[in-house]
Design a binder for this molecule. Sequence first.
Ligand SMILES: Nc1ncnc2c1ncn2[C@@H]1O[C@H](COP(=O)(O)OP(=O)(O)OP(=O)(O)O)[C@@H](O)[C@H]1O
Length: 455
Amino acid sequence: MKTQTERLLVVEDDPGLARQLRWSFDRYELLFAEDREGAITHLRRNEPQVVLLDLGLPPEADGVGEGMNALAEIQRLAPGTKVIVVTGNGDEDNALRAIGMGAYDFYQKPVDTEILGLIIDRAFHIWRLEAQNRALRQDIARPLEGVIATSEPMLRVVRQIEKVAPTNATTLLLGDTGSGKEVMARALHGLSSRAEARFVAINCAAIPEQLLESELFGYEKGAFTGANRQTPGKIELAEGGTLFLDEIGDMPGQLQAKLLRFLQERVIERVGGRQEIPVDVRVICATHRNLRELIDAGDFREDLYYRIAEITILIPSLRERPGDATAMAKVFFERAVTEHQSGLRGLAPETLAAIEAHDWPGNVRELEHRVNRAVIMADGKLLTPEDLGLVPAEDGGEQLELNLRKVRDDAERGALEKSLKAADGNVSQAARLLGVSRPAIYDLMRKHHMAPDSA
Ligand SMILES: Nc1ncnc2c1ncn2[C@@H]1O[C@H](COP(=O)(O)OP(=O)(O)OP(=O)(O)O)[C@@H](O)[C@H]1O
């Protein structure tokens, strides 16, 4: 990121003090104002990152009304600015009021420039971190509607989607569970000439065989017990649009034959019906299973495979997409913060490193779920790796931990998380894995502020 000149605005009506501050803080570009009006003019013109604001401003040098007004105006005009208010000795009430209004910190006179300098330096540091976070958030690529992708492998997928979208080719999306097959299918539909018509999705693995047939092909009245009226199936409902068959690898054999016929002849027959109904539907299929192996095992028809795989697009797992996990985490974070009205300001830098280092076996779905949960549960201003249930990324060992206690604590927490995860959240099983009693696990969970379901 481009480094910016660091500008400190000092709002102080005492010329002696102003002079003293000028000598002490010449490492920053200094701006001076004696009153609220001058301060706002500087704010607008020079956008200082940090403001040192004396609350006792003229015309009421003994009161704080004008100073508070200045603070409120700065907050409104440039909310990212870090304002350090300076109050009279012992004036804690007004200092706290100012903090409540959004001031970054306060300092009580008389001025000790060394201590004040530390506060100012830290304010610039925080400002830089927040600015970095803001810049990263804006940096995110959204190459397709609803799709976040920044990595080269994923951008290649996006280009493939863009190429096949305008055609009518039956497309097979392969990828691990949660990697974004449905998101891509929707994007493909959205880019096609069928975008105005419906996108109808059905999960072949989630519906029992008997039901799946009538769900897909519809049924005539009286076709079976409970078939009280003629009902069109998903294929018909997708007329003019796109049909998304998720988990196609789980489709039962008898239905595979019926689906093949539909794909070859583009007509369907409802269950219990005799009439052939022509349908104009584009088909996208997806599976996380290895169809080749299923074919070899006799569980998937090879002729159907060739029909559905006119074009095959492989969606890489999240761990194979450098940079995508952090890019997505930022978007999911923003969304969750808005949805849950959280006061969190951003993701800590070490959190981004931990996200990038994690394996994400559950892919994007897991990431989205963890960020959402962490935003609800977190206490601090920045989301930490621990909030996400992640271990901080290795840093090559150059930096020592705070002390041995922290190293032990971290290791303990890590082992606890792993065992709970391996035990699917079952405390008794986790206790067995760690060789401790159930109460001991509960004690540890309390100690590490872990909710019973945070495994
Ligand atoms: N590239 C992406 N950009 C934004 N969100 C994504 C992306 N990929 C996945 N997601 C989100 O992750 C979640 C899982 O995605 P999706 O349902 O598309 O995965 P899938 O591969 O179809 O999963 P399954 O195999 O379990 O059906 C969804 O909430 C989706 O919105």
